[in-house]
Design a protein around this ligand. Sequence first.
Ligand code: NDP
Length: 311
Amino acid sequence: MSISEHCKTIVLGTGPAGLTAAIYAARGQLAPLVITGHQPGGQLTGTTDIENFPGFPDGIDGTELMDRMRRQAERFGASFFDGSADRLELGTRPFRVHFADRSATCDSLILATGATPKLLGLPGEKELFGRGVSVCATCDGFFYRDKDVVIVGGGDTAMEEAVFLTRFARHVFVVHRRDSLRASPPMQKRALENEKISFEWNSEIAEILTDDAGVAGVRLNDVTDGSKKEIACDGLFIAIGHDPNTGLVDGQIDLDENGFVITRSDCETSIDGVFASGDVQDPIFRQAITAAGSGCRAAMAAERYLENLDE
Ligand code: NDP
Protein backbone atom coordinates (compact mmCIF):
# COMPACT_ATOMS: atom_id res chain seq x y z
CA MET A 1 0.00 0.00 0.00
CA SER A 2 1.32 3.44 -0.81
CA ILE A 3 1.74 5.64 2.23
CA SER A 4 1.36 9.43 1.97
CA GLU A 5 4.25 11.56 3.09
CA HIS A 6 1.89 13.83 4.98
CA CYS A 7 -1.25 12.78 6.88
CA LYS A 8 -3.74 14.66 8.96
CA THR A 9 -3.45 12.00 11.65
CA ILE A 10 -1.13 9.14 12.46
CA VAL A 11 -2.24 6.53 14.99
CA LEU A 12 0.44 4.52 16.78
CA GLY A 13 -0.76 1.14 18.01
CA THR A 14 -3.47 -1.33 17.05
CA GLY A 15 -5.04 -2.53 20.28
CA PRO A 16 -8.66 -1.55 20.92
CA ALA A 17 -7.64 2.08 21.59
CA GLY A 18 -5.66 2.54 18.37
CA LEU A 19 -8.14 0.71 16.17
CA THR A 20 -11.14 2.56 17.58
CA ALA A 21 -9.27 5.84 17.07
CA ALA A 22 -8.58 4.70 13.50
CA ILE A 23 -12.26 3.91 12.85
CA TYR A 24 -13.41 7.30 14.15
CA ALA A 25 -10.60 9.25 12.45
CA ALA A 26 -11.30 7.47 9.15
CA ARG A 27 -15.04 8.15 9.38
CA GLY A 28 -14.14 11.76 10.20
CA GLN A 29 -12.36 11.98 6.80
CA LEU A 30 -8.90 12.25 8.36
CA ALA A 31 -7.55 9.29 6.33
CA PRO A 32 -5.35 8.16 9.21
CA LEU A 33 -2.16 6.23 8.80
CA VAL A 34 -2.03 3.51 11.44
CA ILE A 35 1.29 2.01 12.48
CA THR A 36 0.57 -1.41 13.92
CA GLY A 37 3.47 -1.80 16.36
CA HIS A 38 5.34 -5.01 17.05
CA GLN A 39 2.27 -6.81 18.44
CA PRO A 40 -0.52 -6.03 15.96
CA GLY A 41 -3.84 -6.18 17.81
CA GLY A 42 -2.14 -5.56 21.14
CA GLN A 43 -2.55 -7.46 24.39
CA LEU A 44 -5.91 -8.99 23.44
CA THR A 45 -4.24 -11.18 20.85
CA GLY A 46 -2.50 -12.93 23.74
CA THR A 47 -5.76 -13.87 25.46
CA THR A 48 -8.33 -16.51 24.70
CA ASP A 49 -12.03 -15.69 24.60
CA ILE A 50 -13.09 -12.19 25.52
CA GLU A 51 -16.35 -12.47 27.36
CA ASN A 52 -16.87 -8.92 28.56
CA PHE A 53 -16.75 -6.92 25.34
CA PRO A 54 -20.30 -5.68 24.81
CA GLY A 55 -22.08 -7.04 21.78
CA PHE A 56 -20.63 -10.55 21.89
CA PRO A 57 -22.90 -12.56 24.20
CA ASP A 58 -21.06 -15.79 23.37
CA GLY A 59 -17.60 -14.22 23.73
CA ILE A 60 -15.14 -13.58 20.94
CA ASP A 61 -11.55 -14.57 20.30
CA GLY A 62 -9.20 -11.62 20.96
CA THR A 63 -7.42 -11.87 17.61
CA GLU A 64 -10.73 -12.07 15.79
CA LEU A 65 -12.05 -8.98 17.58
CA MET A 66 -8.94 -7.04 16.62
CA ASP A 67 -9.13 -8.27 12.99
CA ARG A 68 -12.71 -7.08 12.80
CA MET A 69 -11.77 -3.66 14.18
CA ARG A 70 -8.96 -3.35 11.65
CA ARG A 71 -11.23 -4.28 8.74
CA GLN A 72 -13.75 -1.75 9.98
CA ALA A 73 -11.08 0.98 10.00
CA GLU A 74 -9.85 -0.02 6.52
CA ARG A 75 -13.38 0.10 5.18
CA PHE A 76 -13.55 3.79 6.04
CA GLY A 77 -10.16 4.65 4.54
CA ALA A 78 -7.50 4.06 7.22
CA SER A 79 -4.22 2.78 5.80
CA PHE A 80 -1.94 0.50 7.79
CA PHE A 81 1.80 0.10 8.02
CA ASP A 82 2.67 -3.31 9.46
CA GLY A 83 5.68 -2.55 11.62
CA SER A 84 6.83 -0.23 14.36
CA ALA A 85 7.69 3.45 14.54
CA ASP A 86 11.38 3.94 15.37
CA ARG A 87 11.42 7.60 16.35
CA LEU A 88 9.09 10.58 16.77
CA GLU A 89 9.90 14.24 16.27
CA LEU A 90 7.30 16.11 18.28
CA GLY A 91 9.22 19.37 18.72
CA THR A 92 8.49 20.62 15.19
CA ARG A 93 5.28 21.02 13.18
CA PRO A 94 4.11 19.03 11.44
CA PHE A 95 5.17 16.13 13.67
CA ARG A 96 7.41 13.55 12.01
CA VAL A 97 7.19 9.81 12.52
CA HIS A 98 10.09 7.63 11.42
CA PHE A 99 9.37 4.00 10.59
CA ALA A 100 11.22 1.37 8.58
CA ASP A 101 13.45 3.28 6.16
CA ARG A 102 11.12 6.23 5.70
CA SER A 103 9.16 8.86 7.58
CA ALA A 104 5.82 10.66 7.36
CA THR A 105 4.59 13.92 8.81
CA CYS A 106 1.25 14.56 10.47
CA ASP A 107 -0.74 17.43 11.94
CA SER A 108 -2.01 15.32 14.82
CA LEU A 109 -0.83 12.15 16.45
CA ILE A 110 -2.72 9.59 18.52
CA LEU A 111 -0.58 7.48 20.81
CA ALA A 112 -2.14 4.12 21.59
CA THR A 113 0.96 2.07 22.23
CA GLY A 114 -0.45 0.25 25.25
CA ALA A 115 1.33 -1.23 28.24
CA THR A 116 3.08 -4.48 28.92
CA PRO A 117 2.19 -6.45 32.05
CA LYS A 118 5.23 -7.15 34.19
CA LEU A 119 5.97 -10.83 34.66
CA LEU A 120 7.84 -12.73 37.33
CA GLY A 121 10.41 -14.14 34.94
CA LEU A 122 9.81 -17.75 36.00
CA PRO A 123 10.32 -20.74 33.70
CA GLY A 124 7.08 -21.74 31.96
CA GLU A 125 5.27 -18.56 32.99
CA LYS A 126 4.47 -17.37 29.46
CA GLU A 127 3.75 -20.86 28.13
CA LEU A 128 1.10 -21.28 30.87
CA PHE A 129 -0.91 -18.25 29.74
CA GLY A 130 -4.44 -19.55 29.17
CA ARG A 131 -3.65 -22.70 31.21
CA GLY A 132 -3.73 -21.20 34.67
CA VAL A 133 -1.48 -18.15 34.48
CA SER A 134 -3.25 -14.82 33.91
CA VAL A 135 -2.44 -11.14 34.12
CA CYS A 136 -6.08 -10.05 34.22
CA ALA A 137 -8.51 -11.19 36.92
CA THR A 138 -11.34 -9.18 35.37
CA CYS A 139 -10.87 -11.16 32.15
CA ASP A 140 -10.23 -14.63 33.52
CA GLY A 141 -11.58 -14.77 37.10
CA PHE A 142 -14.85 -16.23 35.90
CA PHE A 143 -13.09 -19.46 34.91
CA TYR A 144 -12.08 -20.17 38.53
CA ARG A 145 -15.44 -20.80 40.14
CA ASP A 146 -14.97 -22.79 43.38
CA LYS A 147 -11.24 -23.17 42.76
CA ASP A 148 -8.24 -21.99 44.75
CA VAL A 149 -6.14 -19.25 43.20
CA VAL A 150 -2.97 -17.36 44.02
CA ILE A 151 -2.42 -13.71 43.23
CA VAL A 152 0.99 -12.10 43.47
CA GLY A 153 1.53 -8.41 44.22
CA GLY A 154 0.82 -5.93 47.01
CA GLY A 155 -0.49 -2.91 45.10
CA ASP A 156 -3.99 -1.60 44.39
CA THR A 157 -4.37 -3.87 41.38
CA ALA A 158 -3.53 -6.99 43.38
CA MET A 159 -5.94 -6.05 46.18
CA GLU A 160 -8.74 -5.09 43.82
CA GLU A 161 -8.27 -8.27 41.82
CA ALA A 162 -8.00 -10.44 44.95
CA VAL A 163 -11.35 -9.10 46.17
CA PHE A 164 -12.85 -9.52 42.69
CA LEU A 165 -11.62 -13.11 42.54
CA THR A 166 -13.44 -13.99 45.78
CA ARG A 167 -16.70 -13.72 43.81
CA PHE A 168 -15.72 -16.90 42.01
CA ALA A 169 -12.85 -18.64 43.75
CA ARG A 170 -13.11 -20.81 46.84
CA HIS A 171 -10.02 -19.19 48.33
CA VAL A 172 -7.55 -16.52 47.25
CA PHE A 173 -3.95 -16.57 48.48
CA VAL A 174 -2.15 -13.24 48.14
CA VAL A 175 1.61 -13.66 47.84
CA HIS A 176 3.57 -10.51 48.60
CA ARG A 177 7.32 -10.06 48.80
CA ARG A 178 7.21 -7.74 51.83
CA ASP A 179 5.33 -7.63 55.14
CA SER A 180 3.28 -4.55 54.27
CA LEU A 181 1.13 -3.64 51.32
CA ARG A 182 1.68 -0.86 48.81
CA ALA A 183 -2.06 -0.60 48.14
CA SER A 184 -4.05 2.40 49.38
CA PRO A 185 -5.53 2.01 52.90
CA PRO A 186 -9.17 1.47 51.82
CA MET A 187 -8.15 -1.12 49.27
CA GLN A 188 -5.95 -2.88 51.86
CA LYS A 189 -8.82 -2.92 54.34
CA ARG A 190 -11.21 -4.55 51.88
CA ALA A 191 -8.73 -7.31 51.14
CA LEU A 192 -7.52 -7.83 54.71
CA GLU A 193 -11.08 -8.08 56.01
CA ASN A 194 -12.24 -10.53 53.35
CA GLU A 195 -12.46 -13.98 54.91
CA LYS A 196 -11.86 -15.72 51.58
CA ILE A 197 -8.43 -14.06 51.28
CA SER A 198 -5.28 -15.05 53.16
CA PHE A 199 -1.83 -13.52 52.91
CA GLU A 200 1.57 -15.10 52.40
CA TRP A 201 3.89 -12.32 53.58
CA ASN A 202 7.59 -11.96 52.75
CA SER A 203 7.17 -14.54 50.05
CA GLU A 204 8.27 -14.92 46.47
CA ILE A 205 7.08 -17.46 43.98
CA ALA A 206 10.08 -19.68 43.31
CA GLU A 207 8.38 -22.12 40.95
CA ILE A 208 5.07 -22.72 39.20
CA LEU A 209 3.98 -26.33 39.70
CA THR A 210 2.11 -27.97 36.85
CA ASP A 211 0.12 -31.04 35.88
CA ASP A 212 -1.41 -32.05 32.55
CA ALA A 213 -4.13 -29.40 32.84
CA GLY A 214 -1.69 -26.54 33.50
CA VAL A 215 -1.07 -24.76 36.81
CA ALA A 216 -1.33 -27.08 39.82
CA GLY A 217 0.32 -24.94 42.47
CA VAL A 218 3.20 -22.68 43.40
CA ARG A 219 6.33 -23.18 45.48
CA LEU A 220 7.02 -20.20 47.73
CA ASN A 221 10.29 -18.99 49.10
CA ASP A 222 10.23 -17.02 52.35
CA VAL A 223 12.63 -14.13 51.74
CA THR A 224 13.39 -13.71 55.44
CA ASP A 225 14.61 -17.24 56.23
CA GLY A 226 14.71 -19.06 52.88
CA SER A 227 12.12 -21.63 53.97
CA LYS A 228 9.97 -23.23 51.27
CA LYS A 229 6.25 -23.91 51.12
CA GLU A 230 3.85 -25.24 48.49
CA ILE A 231 0.31 -24.05 47.81
CA ALA A 232 -1.98 -26.10 45.59
CA CYS A 233 -4.00 -23.87 43.23
CA ASP A 234 -5.58 -23.87 39.78
CA GLY A 235 -4.79 -20.31 38.85
CA LEU A 236 -1.91 -17.88 39.28
CA PHE A 237 -2.76 -14.22 38.76
CA ILE A 238 0.18 -11.89 38.31
CA ALA A 239 -0.60 -8.32 39.41
CA ILE A 240 2.80 -6.72 39.84
CA GLY A 241 2.24 -3.68 37.64
CA HIS A 242 2.52 -2.71 34.00
CA ASP A 243 5.19 -0.98 31.96
CA PRO A 244 3.57 1.61 29.70
CA ASN A 245 5.04 1.52 26.19
CA THR A 246 6.33 5.08 26.14
CA GLY A 247 9.86 4.63 24.82
CA LEU A 248 9.01 6.70 21.73
CA VAL A 249 7.80 9.74 23.67
CA ASP A 250 9.97 9.59 26.77
CA GLY A 251 11.60 13.00 27.17
CA GLN A 252 9.16 14.63 24.72
CA ILE A 253 5.82 14.61 26.54
CA ASP A 254 4.89 14.63 30.21
CA LEU A 255 4.71 11.24 31.92
CA ASP A 256 3.63 10.47 35.48
CA GLU A 257 5.94 8.97 38.11
CA ASN A 258 5.17 5.45 36.83
CA GLY A 259 5.84 6.41 33.22
CA PHE A 260 2.22 6.63 32.02
CA VAL A 261 1.34 9.48 29.65
CA ILE A 262 -0.43 12.28 31.50
CA THR A 263 -3.65 13.20 29.73
CA ARG A 264 -6.30 15.82 30.28
CA SER A 265 -9.97 14.96 29.94
CA ASP A 266 -10.01 14.88 26.14
CA CYS A 267 -6.97 12.61 25.86
CA GLU A 268 -4.81 15.70 25.31
CA THR A 269 -1.15 15.39 26.28
CA SER A 270 1.35 18.10 27.16
CA ILE A 271 1.85 18.76 23.42
CA ASP A 272 -1.06 20.32 21.50
CA GLY A 273 -2.06 17.97 18.71
CA VAL A 274 -0.70 14.85 20.40
CA PHE A 275 -3.39 12.70 22.01
CA ALA A 276 -3.05 9.51 24.03
CA SER A 277 -5.57 6.75 24.58
CA GLY A 278 -5.77 3.29 26.07
CA ASP A 279 -3.40 1.60 28.48
CA VAL A 280 -0.46 3.91 27.75
CA GLN A 281 -2.34 6.56 29.78
CA ASP A 282 -4.52 4.37 32.03
CA PRO A 283 -2.91 2.47 34.92
CA ILE A 284 -6.27 1.74 36.50
CA PHE A 285 -9.03 0.31 34.29
CA ARG A 286 -7.05 -1.28 31.42
CA GLN A 287 -10.07 -2.93 29.81
CA ALA A 288 -10.64 -3.40 26.07
CA ILE A 289 -13.85 -1.42 26.29
CA THR A 290 -12.33 1.48 28.26
CA ALA A 291 -9.39 1.56 25.83
CA ALA A 292 -11.79 1.59 22.88
CA GLY A 293 -13.77 4.41 24.52
CA SER A 294 -10.68 6.51 25.01
CA GLY A 295 -9.58 5.79 21.42
CA CYS A 296 -12.88 7.27 20.28
CA ARG A 297 -12.37 10.33 22.47
CA ALA A 298 -8.81 10.82 21.18
CA ALA A 299 -9.96 10.70 17.54
CA MET A 300 -12.83 13.11 18.13
CA ALA A 301 -10.51 15.44 20.03
CA ALA A 302 -8.01 15.25 17.14
CA GLU A 303 -10.81 16.13 14.69
CA ARG A 304 -11.74 19.18 16.75
CA TYR A 305 -8.10 20.19 17.04
CA LEU A 306 -7.61 19.97 13.26
CA GLU A 307 -10.80 21.95 12.60
CA ASN A 308 -9.49 24.73 14.83
CA LEU A 309 -6.13 24.63 13.02
CA ASP A 310 -7.90 25.08 9.68
CA GLU A 311 -9.83 28.05 10.98
P1 NDP B 1 2.08 -1.05 41.70
O1 NDP B 1 3.35 -0.72 41.05
O2 NDP B 1 1.40 -0.02 42.54
O3 NDP B 1 2.27 -2.34 42.63
C1 NDP B 1 2.96 -3.44 42.16
C2 NDP B 1 3.07 -4.45 43.29
O4 NDP B 1 3.74 -5.61 42.79
C3 NDP B 1 3.87 -3.96 44.48
O5 NDP B 1 3.30 -4.40 45.68
C4 NDP B 1 5.25 -4.58 44.28
O6 NDP B 1 5.91 -4.91 45.47
C5 NDP B 1 4.90 -5.87 43.58
N1 NDP B 1 5.96 -6.31 42.67
C6 NDP B 1 6.56 -5.59 41.69
N2 NDP B 1 7.47 -6.34 41.05
C7 NDP B 1 7.44 -7.55 41.64
C8 NDP B 1 8.15 -8.75 41.43
N3 NDP B 1 9.06 -8.87 40.47
N4 NDP B 1 7.88 -9.81 42.22
C9 NDP B 1 6.94 -9.71 43.20
N5 NDP B 1 6.22 -8.60 43.45
C10 NDP B 1 6.48 -7.53 42.67
O7 NDP B 1 1.10 -1.56 40.50
P2 NDP B 1 -0.47 -1.66 40.45
O8 NDP B 1 -0.78 -2.29 39.14
O9 NDP B 1 -1.01 -2.30 41.66
O10 NDP B 1 -0.99 -0.16 40.43
C11 NDP B 1 -0.53 0.75 39.41
C12 NDP B 1 -1.13 2.13 39.67
O11 NDP B 1 -2.55 2.11 39.43
C13 NDP B 1 -0.95 2.59 41.11
O12 NDP B 1 -0.76 3.97 41.11
C14 NDP B 1 -2.27 2.25 41.75
O13 NDP B 1 -2.57 3.07 42.87
C15 NDP B 1 -3.25 2.50 40.60
N6 NDP B 1 -4.46 1.68 40.73
C16 NDP B 1 -5.56 2.24 41.31
C17 NDP B 1 -6.72 1.50 41.43
C18 NDP B 1 -7.91 2.15 42.01
O14 NDP B 1 -7.79 3.26 42.52
N7 NDP B 1 -9.07 1.55 41.94
C19 NDP B 1 -6.84 0.11 40.99
C20 NDP B 1 -5.60 -0.40 40.41
C21 NDP B 1 -4.48 0.38 40.31
P3 NDP B 1 6.50 -3.76 46.44
O15 NDP B 1 5.31 -3.20 47.12
O16 NDP B 1 7.42 -4.52 47.33
O17 NDP B 1 7.20 -2.80 45.53
